[in-house]
Design a binder for this molecule. Structure first.
Ligand SMILES: Cc1cc2nc3c(=O)[nH]c(=O)nc-3n(C[C@H](O)[C@H](O)[C@H](O)COP(=O)(O)O)c2cc1C
Length: 261
């Protein structure tokens, strides 16, 4: 074969196509074989964040085992009742569904629509009593929808933790929602005042030294007022009447009866 023939257009195309085919197979193969691993990792990351919000996480623990103490339940937002749903049910997909979702008129969290049925995570202590309730929350910041978990203690008032596991706010500004020092401030804050009214507020700026209502106030993120407003709005929305409000009222009664009985 002469040099000329080997470099013919036909051969160049043939070799190019072959290289393309081999590369495509490698990439497609990787995508297919790694997809379950990605789903698994994402689910594990969600579980870690649920445990973190609930104060049940320490580095090195067996996540699956710790998560075994957490029960996933489904809640009808309109009544606050537990309902049965298939394991595969996903409230975030349901939000966009014509029947399973609900378009929001009053939409402070900037999410446009929400599922009619949500999920909650109930952790129990060794005595079998409810120790933490972890509630998925999400809402718009400056650039992105922030997805997280708000965990409450059994009084359904004291915050045990807030963690976001997905957002695209600016690192160093809105991205400081991931700063452990800011997150730590949420521990022990109270959602409601003595009259049972929602009272928690994420301030613009710092909580003043010696503020009498400091139990209801969280420092804002400096240079990120819009993200800060977003967090304030989403917590208010999800703890309110349109979202987990009826469920919290119901559960408060239930836990009250449980501890009497
Ligand atoms: C590149 C860039 C990224 C920004 N990222 C954020 C952000 O993630 N969250 C936020 O609230 N503000 C962000 N800002 C600032 C907002 O544009 C706005 O100025 C700010 O929220 C006002 O808050 P301040 O009163 O605390 O300065 C960003 C600004 C720039 C120029």
């Amino acid at each position: 074969m002469s040099h000329h023939e080997r470099d013919s257009i036909k051969n160049v195309i043939k070799v190019s196509l072959l290289v393309c085919l081999v590369c495509a197979l490698v990439v497609a193969g990787a995508a297919v074989t790694l997809a379950p691993k990605q789903v698994e990792n994402r689910e594990r990351f969600r579980q870690v964040n649920i445990l973190r919000a609930a104060g049940m996480y320490e580095p090195g623990i067996d996540v699956a085992e710790a998560f075994g103490r957490v029960e996933r339940r489904f809640v009808d937002f309109s009544t606050g009742d537990y309902v049965e749903m298939p394991d595969s049910y996903d409230p975030l997909s349901a939000a966009r569904d014509a029947e399973l979702g609900l378009r929001l008129q009053d939409d402070p969290a900037g999410i446009r629509s929400m599922a009619r049925v949500g999920e909650v995570f109930v952790a129990r202590g060794d005595d079998g009593r409810v120790s933490r309730i972890v509630l998925p929350v999400h809402g718009y910041g400056l650039w992105s929808t922030m997805y997280g978990f708000l965990a409450l203690e059994a009084d359904l008032d004291t915050v045990s933790g807030l963690r976001f596991f997905e957002h695209a706010e600016t690192p160093g500004l809105g991205g400081e929602v991931d700063n452990p020092r800011w997150q730590a401030q949420w521990n022990g804050k109270r959602l409601f005042d003595e009259d049972g009214e929602f009272a928690l507020e994420v301030l613009k700026g710092r909580v003043p030294e010696g503020a009498t209502d400091a139990q209801h106030k969280v420092d804002g993120l400096s240079g990120a007022t819009i993200t800060t407003r977003g967090v304030d709005n989403l917590v208010r929305f999800w703890m309110g009447e349109q979202a987990y409000g009826p469920f919290l009222a119901r559960l408060r009664q239930e836990i009250g009866n449980e501890s009497q009985g």
